[in-house]
Design a protein around this ligand. Structure first.
Ligand code: GLY
Length: 294
């Protein structure tokens, strides 16, 4: 607590355990009260359960976040296309963090030069680690270059929904090569098109929400070019698909550019329906503004 006060806020407070991506509070300068609330919520009210028994208070970094996932076979690696998650529940990156409300790929600030820096400074130094599988690197691109926020030994969600559709290879031989240590015999064939995924969530998420709402309009995926739906929190009851989680579906589309992928994904997000459906309306918008300004 004293550390957060001595920093006058201006820090990031993290539950030290696994909190489904929700255990992070970014505290503005001068907002000591928010820092105290975040620490109390984690350690006293135990809103993240045991995950918040210990909290970590870190320096706050400024920049845009990006996700890089790599296939690793203990010696070699293959870098997947970049992406950007949208973690806050509300448009404009407002409100509490969620597991991710949508993503797009490629991330606009990961230019070929930036990707080279990431490879040289972050990916290559990890070559020594004898790990086989998918390594997720959560980055922030600061004025001083890319910095690592987190590593996960798994695919990212919802990043995977926009990254894997851009990989043209059959992914199974790549996975097997991760196990066998033969990734050097493969290279990724990347679809140059952009992808957008809009997460359709249950009203109330990331807080309390109801389940069991009938989902209509899944058939529209067949009418919207290059679109797909990823099921997350759904189940079948009596032959009907119903909601069964906070993040229910990922309405996803590829497009010749980000604008087309955005239009297609949002067309699908509007047509698929269930009671209490909530989604952000600005997935990839910041990137579109940057790209239009170039
Ligand atoms: N989208 C963040 C994660 O998968 O950790």
């Amino acid at each position: 607590m004293n550390h957060a006060i001595s920093r006058n806020g201006n820090c990031v407070i993290k539950a030290d355990g696994l909190a489904a991506g929700k255990g992070v509070t970014v505290v503005d300068n001068d907002d000591v009260e928010r820092a105290i609330t975040a620490i109390e919520q984690a350690m006293i009210q135990k809103v993240f359960g045991e995950a918040g028994k210990t909290v970590i208070i870190e320096e706050r970094l400024f920049g845009e976040e990006a996700s890089i996932m790599i296939f690793v076979d203990g010696e070699h690696y293959l870098i997947m296309p970049s992406s950007q998650d949208h973690k806050s529940i509300f448009d404009g990156d407002k409100g509490p963090n969620t597991g991710g409300m949508g993503a797009y790929s490629p991330a606009h600030m990961i230019t070929p030069q930036m990707m080279q820096q990431i490879e040289d400074k972050i990916v290559k130094p990890n070559e020594e680690i004898d790990y086989h599988g998918v390594l997720y690197i959560g980055l922030i691109i600061t004025a001083d270059g890319p910095k690592v926020l987190e590593y996960n030994v798994r695919f990212g969600d919802p990043e995977t929904q926009v990254v894997v559709p851009r990989i043209k290879n059959d992914i199974v031989p790549i996975m097997l090569a991760c196990i066998d240590g033969t990734l050097d015999q493969h290279r990724l064939e990347i679809d140059e098109r952009a992808a957008v995924c809009v997460v359709l969530a249950s009203h109330g998420y990331p807080g309390k929400y109801e389940k069991g709402k009938v989902i209509d309009g899944l058939k529209y995926v067949r009418q919207i070019a290059d679109s797909m739906i990823f099921h997350a929190g759904t189940k079948i009851v009596g032959g009907q698909v119903v909601t069964d989680g906070g993040r229910v579906l990922g309405a996803t589309a590829l497009g010749e550019d980000l604008a087309q992928a955005y239009d297609r994904a949002y067309q699908l997000a509007g047509l698929v329906d269930f009671q209490g459906k909530y989604y952000r309306t600005d997935i990839g918008q910041k990137a579109l503004r940057h790209l239009n300004a170039r």
